[in-house]
Design a binder for this molecule. Structure first.
Ligand code: P1T
Length: 383
């Protein structure tokens, strides 16, 4: 199946009892057994639930994997991957990550004896120079949140695996989605999503996803999910499945609108810098063009006026763009990374990579582009 068919039919079958085209919301925690251990494949909904299974099969299909897992949040999906490691193990991660990911690495897992290196993924050598016997995991976000940096998944995976083929490469594919980029096809071992974002697509749920193509890895992740317990509920699974069915058409419009907004901002006198991988001025434009099928709906920019007040004036005055955390829904959102999504990163670290007070992040929705540009114009006029 091609991608636009897989979003709708991937891993799906009509419900056997009634032929229902959409899977029912199996709002049940447990399942009757005729004798201890004798059941129809479901025992307890932390282990598996049929609505979640339908979603997980769809998750696997859209990322060209064999197994998918739906978690209660994006962070709990990341937590599951990290729990495969042991004290003393080392992780090499990008230096620009969602603030909550950075917080989990540094504030939670560091104290259990894991060591994290944060590097600019722009250069493969930055990573290979750090690989040692202790390296067990590479953590990539591409495009990154919020600076839209691009890492070359294939080049990094090949270089790392040439040193040690057992090192796992995980890609947080939240910003790109499999509509634009399929990391498992490029050699990565695990794809992770905050399904809260584009996969769900309607800002009505919090969920995480992992997708893999290796049976043993799937077993290990399933065990941790089952033993740790961070599963997605049946209602949210239903909503996410409904969301994925329109992923391809939503993404098409997100990309069109994202490109138009990026071009508009690039030519605006009050805007100093625009971060969008589809602009030729983006330092990783060539890698983005090779690796992605289009460039998505996330756009960050920096104002010429570097004061926090200038950024706040803009943020307080958008009307179609709602000031809120999160991204990837049908509606346009605007966010201030330093005080909102990335506030948990210590200021010196933030400033080192360029997350300054004048940085603003847009999640460009699928509204009419004329209304979006008009809204940006009137808000920028007030700065
Ligand atoms: O919020 P949650 O579903 O737990 O997902 C965490 C997460 C992981 N990875 C990336 C790239 C993310 O962007 C997020 C969540 N991000 C936001 C809430 C935000 O506004 O950036």
């Amino acid at each position: 199946m091609k991608f636009n068919t897989k979003t709708i039919h991937g891993g799906q079958q009509h419900e056997p009892a009634t032929g229902a085209v959409m899977p029912p919301i199996y709002q049940t925690s447990t399942y009757a057994q005729s004798s201890p251990g004798q059941h129809k494949g479901y025992e307890y909904s932390r282990a598996a639930n049929p609505t979640r299974t339908a979603l997980e099969n769809n998750f696997a299909a859209i990322e060209n994997g064999t197994h998918g897992f739906a978690f209660s949040s994006g962070l709990s999906a990341i937590d599951c991957v990290l729990r495969m490691l042991n004290p003393g193990d080392e992780v090499i991660a990008g230096d620009d990550l969602y603030g909550g990911t950075y917080r989990m690495f540094t504030k939670m897992f560091q104290k259990y004896g894991l060591k994290f290196h944060f590097v600019d993924m722009n250069s493969v050598e930055n990573i290979t120079n750090l690989v040692s016997d202790k390296t067990k995991l590479i953590w990539l976000e591409t495009p990154t949140n919020p600076l839209m940096k691009i890492a070359d998944i294939e080049a990094i995976t090949n270089a790392v695996k040439a040193i040690n083929s057992t090192i796992l490469v995980t890609v947080d594919n939240t910003f790109a989605t499999p509509y634009l980029q399929r990391p498992l096809d490029l050699g990565a071992d695990i794809v992770m999503h905050s399904a809260t974002k584009y996969l769900g697509g309607h800002s009505d749920l919090v969920m995480g996803a992992l997708m893999v193509k290796d049976e043993k890895l799937a077993e290990e992740l399933h065990f941790i999910q089952f033993a740790g317990g961070a599963v997605a509920g049946p209602m949210d699974s239903f909503l996410a499945l409904r969301g994925v069915k329109t992923l391809h058409i939503r993404m098409q419009r997100h990309c069109e609108n994202g490109r138009a907004v990026a071009k508009y901002l690039e030519n605006h006198s009050k805007v100093k810098e625009v971060f969008y991988p589809g602009l030729e001025s983006h330092p990783n434009y060539e890698i983005a063009k090779k690796q992605m099928d289009d460039f998505g709906g996330m756009v960050s920019f920096r104002l010429h006026d570097e004061s926090q007040q200038a950024a706040f004036t803009f943020l307080e005055n958008t009307k179609v763009f709602t000031l809120a955390e999160s991204l990837g829904g049908v509606e346009s959102l605007v966010n201030h990374p330093t005080t909102m999504t990335h506030a948990s990163i210590p200021e010196p670290e933030r400033l080192k990579i360029g997350i300054t007070d004048s940085l603003i992040r847009l999640s460009v929705g699928i509204e009419d582009i004329d209304d979006l540009l008009k809204d940006l114009t009137q808000a920028l006029d007030r700065v």
